[in-house]
Design a protein around this ligand. Structure first.
Ligand SMILES: [Zn+2]
Length: 106
């Protein structure tokens, strides 16, 4: 968590510097009222593109989360199977006591 926090901080710092650099460059190149409009448009475009990228990334993350929950060794370990003919609790395909393949979940 700490490393990702630091990464996030340095990323937002980088972004601020990028924005500042763009703003300075535009204000040097273009006279004031026009440069102001261009800076706003550029910043909006960049943040919009970033948001698009972020939603793409979280989409993948959500998929990964669902993938990990749907693989279910944990859930399986809590399900108990009982033999239908002798009532013996087991996890085998067929009952180790009487060999019956009929079982119920309890
Ligand atoms: Zn049995």
């Amino acid at each position: 968590m700490n490393t990702s926090d630091k990464q996030f901080l340095s990323n937002s710092l980088k972004r601020i510097f990028v924005y500042l650099g763009i703003a300075l460059t535009i204000s040097f190149l273009v006279p004031f009222p026009a440069s102001f409009v261009i800076i706003i448009i550029t910043v909006f475009t960049i943040s919009f593109m970033r948001r698009k990228m972020i939603t793409k990334n979280t989409g993948i993350n959500i998929k990964g989360m669902f993938g990990s929950t749907s693989s279910r060794p944990y859930e399986y370990s809590h399900v108990k199977y009982f033999c239908m003919s002798c009532g013996y609790q087991h996890k085998e395909a067929s009952c180790p006591k009487c060999g019956s393949k009929m079982k119920r979940i309890g």
